[in-house]
Write a new protein. Structure first.
Ligand code: UD1
Length: 420
């Protein structure tokens, strides 16, 4: 490969950022490769490589990075695939969650599923080849998760999947494909809820690989809840005024292709939520994909602008940072969403959540939490919202092990298996 080629430049800077003085990472086959076992025998820290790519990954990894940094036995490096690249979907999360700057950014950007997955695979292979981690940690179910897991597994590097075992049983969701395939090649399957263990056992995964540890996303929420309560967002939106109780309001998030790429479905959802929003404002932080479609289908007329501080209606907001979004959900009267993670977060916050999907891979949020599956039929959304609003305001019940200590348990397992 020519020394002036862009790929060479990328690999060279990767080598530098991974903190290795020998910058020629192509010679690894000829060089005297020190394998993991030898490194351990020589007292070198065990190398771990984590991979994140998209918004819901960042809050899952943050508690793990904190726990890993406490143990000198581990040397941890972080790869960002660049699947999400905007400050609103990525940069601000690193800053607010105290995540270190990624050691490597693969800068894959947007694309079709095939192109995005392939690009992550191509670009991460030399990074793994060079760093030779004892394990690669992947989180969640996005394209970056699957791509990194496939590459590591083929290089015979153990894969640790955090948030393994969840199943919606709906193969039209790209995330369901990502989850199943990632689990199939993983060596450590860290599971958030009991249903995940049952799913994996049913699929024939050996019990020795499965660890029910709780939920790292909830670790992150519990660690940041107090800080989030200092957010000025509610004041800025005119919801909180000095000396007065916080006014009722709702929250809506939508980004699933099945909900936002079809004009009829999207309009039906917005009209139904608009009906509920006659009584109080419902704030709608908009994902870039959804924003594009609101404009394309001329649906922005169903929404209003936050700057006008409307007392009711569906109010558009830019995508929010982690702390503002947590503050917004924490005091909400009701949340409507098609996200996976928000079903879990509202369960822990005790806020009623109506999920605008026909299935969920997180049944604990229904059985032990505040979540109701309502689908996308407008009449059903309205009637489910009315019953939820007539019910309890806050519910205090959580799935087992959603106690803020999942990352600790994961690191303990990795320590036992890789260091001890
Ligand atoms: C991805 C994940 C989804 C996750 C969601 C959170 C997959 C299959 N999907 O979906 O599971 O819930 O992230 O947001 O991995 N875009 C920007 N700025 C960015 C990134 C994307 O404007 O920083 C736009 C691009 O136009 C892009 C579109 O958003 O085409 C979709 O991004 P993409 O990463 O393909 O999927 P998400 O819908 O965000």
């Amino acid at each position: 490969m020519a020394a002036n080629s862009p790929v060479y430049g990328f690999l060279l800077s990767t080598a530098n950022r991974l903190g290795d003085s020998s910058t020629n990472i192509f010679r690894s086959n000829e060089a005297d490769i020190v394998d993991t076992v030898t490194r351990r025998q020589s007292g070198e820290p065990v190398r771990l490589l984590s991979v994140v790519g998209a918004r819901p990954n960042f809050m899952k990894l943050a508690p793990l990075v904190t726990e890993l940094s406490k143990l000198p036995e581990f040397r941890h490096r972080l790869v960002h695939t660049g699947q999400h690249y905007d400050d609103q979907l990525s940069g601000s999360f690193f800053q607010q969650l105290g995540l270190p700057r990624p050691d490597v950014n693969l800068e894959v950007g947007s694309g079709t599923h095939a192109a995005q997955t392939a690009e992550v695979m191509k670009r991460i292979e030399p990074v793994i080849e060079h760093y030779k981690p004892a394990a690669v940690l992947v989180v969640g179910d996005v394209n970056s998760t699957l791509a990194a897991a496939l590459v590591a597994a083929k290089m015979k590097i153990p894969v640790a999947h955090i948030e393994a075992g969840l199943r919606s049983f709906d193969l039209t969701m790209p995330e369901e494909i990502n989850r199943r395939l990632t689990d199939a090649v993983s060596d450590f399957l860290f599971v958030t809820e009991r249903s995940g263990v049952d799913n994996l056992l049913r699929e024939g995964v050996s019990r020795t690989k499965i660890f029910l540890v709780g939920n790292v996303m909830i670790d992150c929420l519990l660690r940041h809840r107090k800080l989030a309560s200092q957010s000025n967002l509610l004041t800025d939106l005119g919801i909180r005024k000095k000396g007065l109780p916080v006014r009722d309001y709702g929250v809506l998030t939508l980004h699933r292709p099945s909900n936002v790429d079809d004009a009829k479905v999207l309009r039906g959802i917005l009209e139904a939520i608009g009906e509920i929003a006659q009584d109080f404002p419902i704030f709608f932080p908009v994902h870039p994909r959804t924003q594009r479609n609101l404009e394309r289908f001329r649906l922005t007329r169903l929404t209003s602008n936050a700057l006008d501080r409307p007392a009711s209606g569906l109010v558009l907001l830019e995508p929010l940072g982690y702390l503002d979004f947590l503050a917004l959900n924490d005091a909400a009267r009701i949340v409507f969403t098609d996200s996976g993670g928000i079903q879990e977060e509202t369960t822990v916050l005790g806020v009623p959540c109506l999920t605008l999907r026909n299935n969920t891979e997180r049944p604990a949020t229904i059985v032990r939490g505040t979540n109701h599956l309502v689908g996308v039929d407008p009449d059903r959304i309205v009637s489910a919202a009315r019953s939820a609003l007539a019910g309890v305001r806050r519910m205090k019940r959580r799935p087992p092990l959603w106690d803020g200590r999942a990352a600790e348990r994961i690191v303990a397992v990795l320590h036992r298996r890789l260091v001890d």
